[in-house]
Design a protein around this ligand. Structure first.
Ligand code: SF4
Ligand code: SF4
Length: 419
């Protein structure tokens, strides 16, 4: 299988400090010969390694504004997290008008589609076969984490397209009707807060194709956009979303729109993993809905944003007082609940298995356990693997040597000296 990853390594900057190795939730990073490497099958593009690398050696790949020149008509689709990046903003129309000044012909807020997905989720929750708890699929890094590490929870996933997918389809349809242009001449650009969403556009989850032409980073367009916004005297009214839609930008926003009390919202990879373990152990079956986000504070904390996530969240919450509760219903767009459902199943991705063949996997597990007995068990990661168990697996797989364990080597040297 071909993998695309937004998260990449700049090897020149990497000092091999192992900070990222210990924080990766899928044990996708190894340090070999003083440089980090990412095991592409395992990476879920959560961006944690970008956040923690003290040498800025990890970065996200995304598209550039120059890509607009490839199309005759361009639409900007801002993620609601974009609104939290600006100080003293009391009207999102400044942001939307600023995007037009950057060269876009039109804007379509992803928050509009988020309101449609909130409506669909309420319907899903009322269905008799709805799993308990239902797990949000708004964060693509969480879907990928469940696919590789918690396959038992796949049936709990909310089987609805992400708001950005729905927004792209609606924006494309509106633009084709307005301009008479064919789809290939219309550029649809998502302005993203995180690398997971960049990857999700290239490798969609729950559907085969995606109408989005490119993904720009909030951090990349922030300065030109701010400068365009500062020149606007009186913005044209463009916003068509309510507070329900923009609240999806921070933790708890999606869940509160469901009008239920039995929900849980958590963020940050460590917390998310603990919650998923609890659901796996069937300890949270009294909950209706669980909202999980890889980034602290939700999308406003994505590593392609500018502002501190807590400040950005406070700003979005303040913006809400100027907005209606919700401004979008399925019937306004001639859409049905079925139109928003996944068209493709999300499947288990067994990348953490020791081998595809069960007998071989069992044999490798025995060898791994045997090797582990000879290791110090302190999970120092100095060998370049995230834990002693992962190191033992790497030795069995032939990608590491016992002599890579520095503590073991030190003890052996000590014995030789004493002798
Ligand atoms: S955190 Fe990872 S990528 Fe950054 S310098 Fe250390 S080993 Fe290299
Ligand atoms: S993006 Fe996340 S999953 Fe991928 S290597 Fe970095 S920390 Fe690991």
């Amino acid at each position: 299988m071909e993998y695309f990853h937004s998260v990449t390594l700049n090897a020149d900057r990497c000092k091999g400090c192992i900070t990222c190795v210990k924080r990766c939730p899928t044990e996708a990073i190894r340090v070999k010969d003083g440089k980090a490497t990412i095991i592409k099958e395992r990476c879920i593009d959560c961006g944690e390694c970008i956040r923690v690398c003290p040498h800025r050696a990890k970065k996200a790949v995304y598209d550039k504004l120059e890509m607009l020149q490839q199309f005759e008509y361009n639409i900007a689709m801002p993620a609601p997290a974009l609104y939290g990046q600006f100080n003293n903003l009391d009207n999102v129309d400044y942001v939307l008008n600023g995007l037009l000044d950057l060269g876009f012909d039109d804007v379509f807020e992803v928050a509009r589609a988020a309101e449609l997905i909130s409506e669909c989720t309420r319907k899903r929750l009322s269905e008799p076969d709805c799993p308990k708890p239902l797990i949000s699929t708004a964060c693509p890094a969480i879907i990928r984490l469940i696919r590789v590490r918690f396959p038992k929870l796949i049936p709990h996933l909310l089987d609805l397209l992400a708001p950005v997918e729905i927004a792209a389809k609606l924006a494309q349809k509106e633009a084709m009707e307005k301009t008479g242009l064919p789809a290939e001449k219309i550029g649809i650009f998502f302005i993203s807060p995180c690398p997971a969403k960049v990857t999700a556009v290239r490798q969609p989850l729950g559907c085969d194709t995606c109408a989005i032409s490119g993904v720009l980073a909030i951090s990349d367009i922030y300065r030109p956009l701010l400068s365009a916004m500062n020149k606007i005297k009186q913005p044209k009214p463009l916003s068509e979303c309510g507070l329900t839609g923009i609240s999806w930008s921070y933790t708890g926003g999606e869940a509160t729109a469901l009008l239920r009390t039995k929900y849980l919202a958590a963020d940050g990879m460590e917390n998310v993993i603990k919650i998923l373990e609890e659901i796996e152990d069937e300890k949270l079956e009294d909950l209706d809905f669980v909202e999980l986000g890889a980034c602290v504070s939700g999308c406003v904390g994505g590593c392609l944003t500018i502002e501190n996530p807590y400040i950005a969240r406070t700003r979005v919450r303040q913006l809400r007082k100027y907005m209606p509760v919700s401004a979008n219903r399925l019937k306004d767009y001639d859409l049905t609940y079925e139109d928003c459902k996944w068209t493709k199943e999300v499947e288990y991705d067994p990348v953490l298995q020791l081998d595809a063949d069960l007998a071989t996997a069992m044999k490798k597990m025995q060898e791994t356990r045997q090797i582990e007995k000879d290791l110090p068990g302190v999970d120092c990661a100095a060998c370049g693997s995230p834990s002693c168990r992962a190191f033992a697996e790497d030795v069995v797989a032939g990608t590491a040597k016992m002599s890579d364990c520095l503590l073991r080597l030190k003890n052996q040297l000590k014995d030789i000296i004493e002798k």
